[in-house]
Design a protein around this ligand. Sequence first.
Ligand code: ADP
Length: 304
Amino acid sequence: MELQIRDLAKTYGNGVRALDRVSLTIPTGMFGLLGPNGAGKSTLMRTLATLQDADAGSAVLKGLPGGDIDVLRDKDAVRRVLGYLPQDFGVYAKVSALDLLDHFARLKGLVDAPSRRQTVEALLHRVNLHAVRKQKLGGFSGGMRQRFGIAQALLCNPKLVIVDEPTAGLDPEERVRFHNLLADIAADVIVILSTHIVSDVADLCGQLAVIDAGRVLLTGRPDALVAGMQGRIWRKAAGKGEIEALKARLQLVSTRLQAGQTIVRAYAEGGVPEPGFEPVESELEDVYFCSIAGYLRDPVAAAA
Ligand code: ADP
């Protein structure tokens, strides 16, 4: 199975070009869509989830037993294979997890009560909410609510699962639990995870794309992208007054506080950028920041 997106474009009525000829090939497994706020991630997710229309381009889900699906035109067919967890997934605070999931299941067409009950119970087990299924959703933590969101997205065995910024606001423990759940469902379906959190993608995704201002800057495997950056990232502890000058002279990647010191990381292809810097192992965050900053001269090709 594969989702082929070609030259997808969207300009909103206010003139914002949210998608600028986006082309991506997304295989089964976890795919990370990484970009800063306003990059166009939600626009892409909502378009693939049939909730809004693109101006131009195509998206085709290939390799399904029932034949290919034209995602932009055959919305009913997409909805039959889609699981979607939107960014602003709201729940009814006064309803129990069991009742709301049952309600969603009925909306999805599971009319036979006994088998619907079985499906709902199994999903609540799968997302580890079975023990609290009779509690009202209003009392759930952010992580529990997101796991409930995944349960409703998994109703009817979707082949394409889209989760938009799912870990924003989760504490570290809840994030790990949520990651494990996503990794578990990604075995034989396409899961697209949109996020601005680099470590979500580093830990989870077999493939990623970086987008900014509606354009794909980079695609590839996280490990290969990181390996491709080896030897190009340099670090030093900088004094407070030094940072602005360094910014002006060098291609700075990030400044972080570490044990009370400001550590700057710089990108340089041809050896040490200036005395005082030392080589350091590259990380996915370096890849991300360098692509957003435009340091990678031919970014899409660099990833190939
Ligand atoms: P992201 O999910 O990466 O934060 P979005 O897809 O939400 O990005 O937004 C991309 C750009 O499109 C932003 O500049 C945003 O302000 C703009 N935008 C999003 N939705 C609308 C809309 N309904 N009308 C006008 N502009 C929008």
